[in-house]
Design a protein around this ligand. Structure first.
Ligand SMILES: NC(=O)c1ccc[n+]([C@@H]2O[C@H](COP(=O)([O-])OP(=O)(O)OC[C@H]3O[C@@H](n4cnc5c(N)ncnc54)[C@H](O)[C@@H]3O)[C@@H](O)[C@H]2O)c1
Length: 397
């Protein structure tokens, strides 16, 4: 490659840093990963050793003039602090979702990035994977006709019972309820397919009266509390293109995880797999056309899906490496920097996700409809046909 890779460092060497570093170091040629840091030095030390990069401190990263881009994979409570520090230090930032816990904080980050003339982008980038890009192509190429209605549904019952699986029940205390953890996947998937949202309304609340019900949970028997944030929401969306949509997020039901992203149009229906994954995690994209009652499985038109469900564990320990291509959004931002084009996970898109979730919660309290302040550009589709080892070329557009 005769293009200068972008020097990157990662702050926050926790669970998901494994997948990021695996892909950033080994898969994306546009990225040159210099090092990683963490408040807990043992974590960054282990990651640095595993991936052959430097263990660094935050200050060392921020003061290194060669590092252009900081990847913020801290927990959500630290997102704005770390992002702010990196922007102040003159670095472009790619943050894990959501960019901030409140819309006001998110707006302040966006303003800072603009003032500094730096790029900011936030996960999720899963819609850039083979499954949702294939669905996007079907919608763009007219296979569903005019999109009239869409739905995005997540039923995930893990926070109350799941402590044994590593879920931190304490995150409720800072208001990081499920819409702030998972909402972005569904919102970004919808924006990818349909473009931005004009108005929202809806109902949302935190289900009171539950206790932690898993005996393996240190909080077993104690009440589940939320100081901020909701655990169940049903939002109504009106897209700028005229399509209507539902965003349903429920954390309190007893059921297996259920996820739906579907678009219903004048000529057909497209059904997408789980937007938490790039290549559908073994599920496929289905198209039903007018006059045919059988959904037809669509072959993927795009790359970045084939490594699902698992990337290998280099450490010999269980790593949360199931989300195959995390880091695509970072690579897209790096290509965008070098090619002087907009990156797909724009700051406006990250703001839009926070605004949608917070606005649905507020509308539920105020009995009203919210006119969106933000209106991101629909991210450009990836070029189709770049599969397997050529897949990264699709980001060079
Ligand atoms: N775990 C997953 O499966 C997963 C998947 C996708 C996205 N995410 C997102 O990625 C982010 C991180 O998730 P995680 O599961 O890796 O969390 P984690 O708690 O395992 O890791 C976060 C790390 O950030 C470090 N940290 C916090 N503040 C810091 C600071 N100021 N400076 C340096 N380090 C700091 C913590 O010490 C911790 O090691 C979250 O936003 C989460 O929503 C997680």
């Amino acid at each position: 490659m005769n293009i200068n890779p972008v020097k990157v460092a990662l702050i926050g060497s926790g669970h998901i840093s494994y997948t990021y570093l695996y892909n950033m170091v080994r898969q994306f040629s546009i990225l040159d990963v210099v090092g990683c840091s963490d408040l807990v030095p043992e974590r960054s030390k282990a990651r640095a050793a595993l991936f052959g990069i430097r263990q660094m401190g935050n200050e060392e990263i921020l003061s290194d003039p060669e590092i252009e881009l900081v990847v913020n994979t801290t927990n959500i409570e630290s997102h704005t602090e770390v992002t702010r520090m990196a922007l102040e230090a003159g670095k472009h930032v790619y943050s894990e979702k959501m960019m901030a816990r409140t819309f006001e904080e998110a707006e302040a980050i966006a303003a800072l990035a603009k003032e500094k003339g730096l790029r900011f982008g936030a996960a999720p980038d899963t819609y850039m994977g083979s499954a949702h890009q294939t669905a996007r192509k079907l919608v763009d190429d007219g296979y569903v006709g005019t999109p009239l209605m869409a739905q995005a549904i997540l039923i995930r019952p893990d926070d109350v019972t799941g402590a044994a699986a590593g879920i931190d029940p304490g995150r409720y205390a800072s208001g990081v309820t499920i819409p702030y953890d998972m909402g972005g996947y569904y919102i970004n998937a919808l924006i990818n397919l349909l473009g931005p949202v004009r108005r929202v309304s809806g109902f949302a609340r935190f289900l009171e009266g539950r206790v932690y019900s898993n005996p393996a949970n240190p909080e077993y028997g104690l009440p589940v509390e939320s100081r901020q944030g909701t655990s169940m929401m049903t939002g109504c969306l009106e897209f700028v293109n005229g399509c209507y949509g539902n965003l349903v997020i429920l954390n309190d039901a007893f059921s297996p995880e259920i996820h739906r992203v579907e678009v219903y149009g004048t000529k057909g229906i497209v059904v997408c797999p789980d937007p938490n994954f790039y290549g559908g995690y073994g599920r496929d994209v289905y198209l039903t056309r007018a006059g045919c009652t059988t959904p037809v499985r669509m072959p993927f038109t795009h790359g970045f899906g084939e490594s699902d469900p698992a990337i290998p564990s280099l450490s010999g320990q269980h790593e949360l490496g199931y989300n195959g291509n995390r880091g695509m959004g970072v690579a897209d931002m790096a290509w965008a920097i070098r090619r002087n084009r907009p990156h797909r996970n724009s700051v406006e898109m990250a703001l839009h996700a926070v605004e949608i979730v917070t606005a649905i919660e507020q509308c539920s309290l105020d009995n009203r409809v919210h006119e969106m302040k933000t209106c991101p550009v629909q991210p450009a589709p990836l070029a189709d046909g770049f599969l397997g080892s050529d897949a990264e070329a699709a980001l060079d557009f």
